[in-house]
Every structure is written in structure tokens, then in C-alpha cells.
Design a protein around this ligand. Structure first.
Ligand SMILES: Cc1ncc(COP(=O)(O)O)c(C=O)c1O
Length: 399
């Protein structure tokens, strides 16, 4: 019904996934002479190769029919209601309408929040491996990055509480940027984990920025618990959510930032005037009010893709470390058996030698060596072809 098997031509649509990989992944316009440019299989950046659902596109078309695309802000109460009713169903959570602030994206919001709520030289903690832009948001604002490596045991990642306790005791950290569910490992943090971490951070009045952009994209049967829910009454927590991953509409550039603290909100509003793309308002409202069936189908398709990957690896590359993640459409593969650090950039190597674009572990700040991240939000035939390429490459180098 939602056409996840359709292979859609994204050429000449200004898609970063198709035209921007050279710069983004390899710091240059193309990935080199030998790169198998034609027919590269793209499993890198976190957007999907599936169509944005028809009810979102229809709402945007309807808005276009109103003919004027002038300056717009979210005045429509239905927008807040659609968001809240989505949250209620997904995670039994509600936010006060005034807490909800629009942003052109979570990454721009992170940059703003770092500069509004901390001072130059302040220390900001993240968990590693980490989504790379967390590091940028800290360092580009002249704040100091402090990392706590997640502990990996047989493919399962957990938080090093002892280390975090020591870091926040000794180093006067003023902000913690958190990813829940976690990119790249796909961990969906449990209530116990959130409570333990939350207690520690709240005892030191540390600002918590909880990036929950992947919170809808769980394996079927799982439920997301917003970090804020385990810290009732703690106002130094800001939750970042967005329809961009769930409905494949990152290009519409509208994320929802939930800021309960009135002073922080005033600072935010002074910096961000609140102007929003009118097409995005229409599309996001439709996504949150009509997206139930679509999300159930999407999750089921992604579950199938993860099962395919798991079965392929077990049959063809049994030395790859992999566990189906609880969340996200991202697979985090441990290739330590195949890589000894001498291969240089495995991402570039796979582009050049195997014709597949992935993100190498080194893009995730630290604690990601010998890993790659694969985006599984692709039609199944594309996934199958990508796996063949990975299989023949790694089986060749293992000989
Ligand atoms: C954890 C995380 N945060 C933020 C983003 C990007 O957010 P936005 O496009 O809203 O800036 C991504 C995209 O991959 C992500 O994985």
C-alpha cells in the first residue's frame, strides 16, 4: 500500500544522498578515479529511499493550491493537537503547546541551544560512538567536548555510569547531549537506564538535550519512553523531535523542540523568530494526524530488512558482529575480524572497491573503529544487491 518496494529515481532532485556523498563522506567532490560512480548503492545518510507518504504529499499539494507562500508561523492550534495526539499514542506523553518551538532542524537547534544555554569554554558531555554533528555543535561554539564511551559487550551497548559520575563530579559539565534512541547503535534506552542517568545529571543541574529524532522508528512491539518523562518537574531538559526520519521529509526542515523552562524558551524565541515554511506546516500536520497505518507498515518493512541482513550475515559473513537493533533503520556492523586498521578509510574503500556507500565508524566521533553504519531504509531488492557487494568484498579480503 505504501510502495516500499518501489525503486525511485532520485537523480537530479538535489538529493544529498545521491549528489552530496563525495563532499560529506570523503571531503571531496567525488570519491576518486576508481570509484564505481555509476550504479553506486547508497546506504549512508539517514534519509529513506521510500516515497514520502501520499497523505503528506497531498497536504502539501493542497497548501500549494492556496497559491501564496508568504511568511508563515505556526498559528494553527491543530498543529499542536496533531503532535500531541501522536505523542499520546506512541509514548503516552503530552507537551504544553507553549513548550513546542519550531526549528529548521535538530542540528541547527543543537547549535542554538549550546550557544544559548552554556558559556564559551564550558564542558559538554556526549556518549560515544556518537552522531557526528553533536561534536560539531559543541566545538564550533568553542565549548569543550567530553566523551564517555559506551561499553560494548557482545554487540550490546550500555552506559558507563561510573565514568559519567566521575566526569560530572570532576569536570563541571554544564550540558549533556543525548541520543535516544541511539544513533548509530540503535539502542532504545530503558526506563532503568534513563532513571539512573537522569538522577545523576539532575543532581548537578546539568542541561539535558535529548535528541529523540529516531523515536518513532522502533522494531515492532517496542515503545519509546521520552527521557523527560522520567524526570518530572526537571525543567533543564529539552527534547528534540521531528517527523523528518519517520515520514522521510527532512528536506521540509521543520523539527519540534520542546522547551519547558520559561527562561530558556524566552532566549530561544529571541534568537528564532518562529518563521516556518508553510508547506512544511501542512505536511507535518498531516504526518502526525494521519500517519498511524503508514508507520505500522514502515516498521514491519524495516523489521523484514533487518531480518534479511541478519540472515545474510549469518550465512555469508558469520564473522561480522551484528545484533538487530531495537530502534532506527541503521545497522551497526562490527568488522574487527576483517579490518586491522591498515585499510585506511573503510568507507572510501567500499565505495571504490565494492560500489557501496556506507558511513564508516570513524565518522562517529570515537569508539567506532572497525565498524560501519548501513542504512536499511531501502527497497528490499536494493538491500539484497548491497549485501551481495559487501559479501563479495569482505570474503575476498578475508582470503
Ligand atoms: C541523532 C540525529 N539527530 C539529528 C539528525 C538530523 O536532524 P535534522 O535533519 O533535523 O537537523 C540526525 C540525522 O541523521 C540524527 O541521526
Amino acid at each position: 500500500m505504501f510502495g516500499f518496494d518501489e525503486v525511485i529515481d532520485r537523480s537530479n532532485t538535489n538529493a544529498l544522498s545521491v549528489e552530496g556523498y563525495g563532499e560529506y563522506l570523503f571531503g571531496k567532490k567525488s570519491c576518486g578515479q576508481q570509484c564505481i560512480d555509476d550504479g553506486l548503492i547508497r546506504m549512508w545518510i539517514a534519509d529513506m529511499d521510500f516515497a514520502t507518504p501520499h497523505f503528506v504529499l497531498d497536504a502539501i499539494k493542497e497548501r500549494l493550491d492556496r497559491k501564496i507562500l508568504g511568511y508563515s508561523m505556526i498559528f494553527d492550534q491543530d498543529y499542536h493537537e496533531a503532535f500531541n495526539s501522536w505523542l499520546k499514542k506512541r509514548c503516552d506523553w503530552q507537551v504544553e503547546p507553549e513548550y513546542l518551538q519550531p526549528s529548521p532542524g535538530i542540528v541547527p537547534a543543537l547549535h542554538d541551544l549550546v550557544s544559548l544555554l552554556t558559556k564559551e569554554g564550558d564542558k559538554i558531555l556526549i556518549l560515544t560512538p556518537s552522531y557526528g554533528p553533536f561534536q560539531k555543535a559543541v566545538q564550533e561554539s568553542n565549548r569543550r567536548l567530553v566523551c564517555s564511551d559506551l561499553i560494548e559487550t557482545d554487540g550490546n551497548y550500555t552506559i558507563n555510569y561510573g565514568q559519567i559520575e566521575k566526569i560530572i563530579e570532576d569536570q563541571r559539565v554544564t550540558m549533556f547531549i543525548f541520543c535516544h534512541p541511539h544513533n548509530p547503535t540503535g539502542r532504545l534506552w530503558s526506563e532503568e537506564e534513563l532513571v539512573e542517568l537522569g538522577k545523576m545529571l539532575a543532581s548537578k543541574d546539568i542541561w539535558i538535550i535529548s535528541d529523540e529524532i529516531h523515536c518513532d522508528l522502533l522494531r515492532s512491539g517496542k515503545t519509546h519512553l521520552p527521557f523527560s518523562k522520567v524526570l518530572p518537574g526537571y525543567s533543564r531538559i529539552i527534547t528534540c523531535m521531528s517527523p523528518s526520519k519517520t515520514f522521510n521529509m527532512a528536506g521540509m526542515m521543520l523539527a519540534n523542540i520542546i522547551i519547558p523552562d520559561p527562561k530558556a524558551r524566552a532566549l530561544w524565541q529571541k534568537k528564532n523568530g518562529g518563521l516556518v515554511n508553510p508547506l512544511a506546516i501542512a505536511g507535518v500536520k498531516a504526518a502526525y494526524s494521519q500517519g498511524e497505518d503508514y508507520l505500522a507498515s514502515l516498521k514491519s518493512y524495516l523489521d523484514g530488512n533487518f531480518e534479511l541482513l541478519d540472515a545474510y550475515l549469518k550465512a555469508n559473513l558469520p564473522q561480522v558482529g551484528f545484533t538487530i537493533p531495537e530502534a532506527t533503520y541503521l545497522a551497526w556492523l562490527d568488522l574487527s575480524f576483517y579490518l586491522d586498521g591498515t585499510k585506511g578509510d573503510i568507507g572510501l574503500e567500499l565505495a571504490n572497491q565494492a560500489g557501496i556507500l556506507v558511513e564508516s565508524g570513524r565518522m562517529f566521533v570515537q569508539n567506532g573503529d572497525n565498524h560501519i553504519r548501513l542504512n536499511l531504509a531501502v527497497p528490499r531488492e536494493v538491500l539484497a544487491a548491497g549485501l551481495q557487494r559487501l559479501g563479495s568484498y569482505f570474503n575476498k579480503i578475508a582470503k
